[in-house]
Design a protein around this ligand. Structure first.
Ligand SMILES: Nc1nc2c(ncn2[C@@H]2O[C@H](COP(=O)(O)OP(=O)(O)OP(=O)(O)O)[C@@H](O)[C@H]2O)c(=O)[nH]1
Ligand SMILES: [Zn+2]
Length: 194
């Protein structure tokens, strides 16, 4: 059987969800037949499909696909990885930066795979704390490094555009495993991410 194209794969979702967006547009008092928003239910459904595609992906498989044996056993740091996710309470974006470090234990991973797994977990409904641990545990169990650290700095639109309406507050979450539990290693990592 031939593989389905991306469109064939996502079409059932888009067909279902666009009718929900049509209902939202009507309920907010807009005219859904107005020229500019005629195709908006479909566009919004496609955007939502994109932003939640992480449910369909296997992050461990992504890491396992590019793991290489290597003796290097100092810290590997990938910092300032852009983050865009949706908070599970309001389905509004939160966005910021992710910093990931690990200390190899005989195996390294292709560098691009770290931002890829960040995206897999970010493209789901999330809270920042769980996102931090999802990334941390995925690297820890798959790569089995000597240590792994994840820090996320983010701003939440649900706290900016609505609710408490605080424009300048940022939330930092962190998780440490293995050698990063050691104060000296952790401090070196924190110094490197500034
Ligand atoms: N811990 C945590 N809380 C979050 C995150 N994203 C959003 N929230 C919070 O989730 C909470 C939901 O609280 P509720 O009182 O049920 O919802 P609400 O009435 O819309 O709350 P307000 O935002 O205070 O208006 C709010 O305090 C949000 O700020 C996150 O990533 N982590
Ligand atoms: Zn929220």
């Amino acid at each position: 059987m031939p593989y389905k194209t991306y469109e064939e794969y996502t079409q059932p979702f888009v067909d279902e969800v666009k009718s929900n967006y049509l209902s939202i547009i009507k309920n907010i008092g807009e005219d859904p037949s107005r020229n500019g928003i005629l195709k908006t239910p479909e566009r919004a459904a496609k955007a939502m499909q994109f932003l939640t595609q992480g449910y369909e992906m296997d992050p461990e498989k992504i890491l396992l696909g590019a793991m290489f044996e290597e003796d290097y056993d100092d810290m590997v740091l990938i910092k300032d990885i852009e983050l865009y996710s949706l908070c599970e309470h309001h389905m509004l974006p939160f966005f910021g930066k992710v910093h990931v470090a690990y200390i190899p234990n005989g195996k390294i991973v292709g560098l691009s795979k770290i931002p890829r797994i960040v995206d897999v977990f970010a493209r789901r409904l999330q809270v920042q704390e769980r996102l931090t641990h999802d990334i941390l545990e995925c690297i820890n169990t798959t790569l089995q490094p000597k240590g792994v650290a994840v820090v996320i700095e983010a701003q939440h639109m649900c706290m900016m555009m609505r609710g408490v309406q605080k424009q300048n507050s940022a939330t930092t979450t962190s998780g440490f495993r293995g050698e990063f539990k050691n104060q000296e290693t952790r401090n070196e990592f924190l110094k490197l991410i500034g």
